[in-house]
Design a protein. Sequence first.
Length: 382
Amino acid sequence: MSDAFDSARLTQARQLKAMTKKEVAELIGVSPAAVGQYETGTTRPRPDLIPRLARALDVPQTFFLVGRPHGKLDASMAHFRSLRKTSSFKRDQAVSYVSQIWELTHALEKRVQLPLVDLPGFSGGEIHPGTELPGEPAAAAAELRRRWGLGTGPVKHLVRLMESRGIVVVSPPGTDAENATVDAFSTCRLPRPLVVLTSNRSDDVYRHRFTAAHELGHLVLHADVTPGDRKQEREADAFAAEFLTPKHSIQPLLPNRVDFARLTDVQRTWGVSVSSLIYRCRELGLLSDATVSRAYKRLNQLKDQPGFTSEPVSGYPGEQPVLLSQAFDLAVSSAGLSMHELATELAWKPARVRELLGVPDYRPVLRLVPSQEESNAAQAHG
């Protein structure tokens, strides 16, 4: 196995576990420099070190073998929602997570035809609707709504809409180390566009939807642009605002004075938070900066009142990703795919596959309760 060792897999596994080279080195009994050489491919680990690496990084030994499709990506290829708050270490961890999501998608797509990629500006898309979208954010949002046949009203199920257009959307659980301090991010640098909506926004469906629209903006506006520019973040916000609340549709519904009752009605109909609507009022010249400032202060005071509390995404099925889990279910029913077979193909542990698919382990849990005699014997020897 040492001769077929894939150095990139070691980097991926280490980043997924959020471990430094020094930490890995201490666990397997070598120097940090040696681990660095394994990752660059300068040298290969000795055969006896492979099992130690597998234990340290919680992967099967076969994980390190060459030959499997690898969604190679680095942090310069993804747009991060809160770039300044995200350390390079966490960005590396996040993109390794995305690489695994693509590998899982690729494995499923060999068995199931996923929705065709219909995303202007994405060079790998199967559907090319002619010219590219305008570069100005609001104009791009309006044109995308037109091409997707959305009309001028509210977008009811944004995440499901994105998935239906071939965009892979995932929302890792809150306990997943990969997204602990990462907000949200997206990339067009893999064979399918991919958006990660992290759990720190799942307590508020309106914020969740705006984040999804923001990442969609990055996909259509900045597909081939190096991420990290604050201007790009502002453009993605402008895209999201116009995509979710088109100016000519929303302006007649917004008040020209602060009216929270009216704003909450618009929030429920359009799926956009009162906070975002207040900002939209300022953008459209309906409220002054001073009025908006006072409105935000009052809104903060009302945050625990009925109608102003956060609504979790769990109550909105159309805003929860299902593409990968449903693809797996279809592969099981039509192609006889098993969880064990998929895990073996990916060289992952079955628990990791279930985690990324969001599929619970339905096996009954065996719980052994010691008899009274065993308990007494244990106490006697304690």
